[in-house]
Design a protein around this ligand. Sequence first.
Ligand code: KG4
Ligand code: ZN
Length: 350
Amino acid sequence: MFKKEFRTALTNKTVEIGPDAKEDNIIFALESSCDETAAAIVKNGREVISNVVATQIKTHREFGGVVPEVAAREHLESVNLVIAECFEQAKIAPSEVSAIAATIGPGLVGSLLVGMNAAKALAVTYDKPFIGVNHLNAHVCANYLNTDLEPPFVALLISGGHTQIIEVKSYLEQRIVGETIDDATGEAYDKVARLIGLPYPGGVNLDKLAQNGDKNAFKLPEAKLESEFNFSFSGLKTAVLQLIKKLEKEGNELPKEDIAASFQETITSTLFKKTLKAAERLNTKTLALAGGVAANSEIRRKFFELREKGYKIYAPEMKYCTDNASMIASSAYFLAETQNSLDVEVFSRM
Ligand code: KG4
Ligand code: ZN
């Protein structure tokens, strides 16, 4: 195992963070990279003490997607309330935590700035270390929350902005095995949802609609790529668009449920085959799903079935799949890519 030494913001005192630290680590974290303002307090990277999320879904729905300027303003309005509620629920005072963490990227810069600066202000006020966290690593760490999962394992990260197969060799060492060359999984879900007229956020609504559809109704294409572990979903999205145009031209009422189910079947099948192949290649039977799309019912069902074949399949509880701050606290505890300085800045892309 391991520990890392962090310095408090004001007096430069040493605080040990990690599984080998002398004392229990109680980490307070903020997440504000997109459209959720979230705060959490997590003990030793796994035990969630409090988890508060204020979502902006209603605000962005009328625009059909996230408007960055509006998102930043809403974070600013909610962040103090969310922080107060989080400490209140945990019955812990800010002076009692070991460190203060926040997402520093990737994400919307204006939104990230709100959470990061609030966290830095708390770190200075209470003389705690500030830990800057990478949002993608944190999604993978959501699998450590309330579980006993330990590396090595293979993770499938499927979010609104990313799709990656990751070899998690140890807590500190990860390698990207494959990734999307165009649209991310969540992005494909959201775009197809919009094509069939579903409201924002598209992914979860498409998931619900698909449950009443026939997944074999339409045959949609799976991309053939040179690199066996990479993904491409833009062709699939175009195929759905062409299918819709054809059906409309024929004057039929759109079989939305069947289109949703067929799309979901195709994308699930691609994710499943490639991840399984990567696991076989890397000689592991432990798989973890991560990111907002890991909340998808069909993807979960398909991977969970592997348990009958002796695989260990992890997927975060639903509330820890989509953006939350518990995963940020867990990542601050476990990972080396964390930034330990008040000087760190936010970043929009990897
Ligand atoms: O991880 P996340 O909350 O934010 C990012 O870091 O991007 O992921 C959000 C994405 C969105 O594209 C959303 O539509 C999708 O996750 N999503 C789903 C489901 N729940 C959320 N996609 C398919 N099925 C779901 N049940
Ligand atoms: Zn996310």
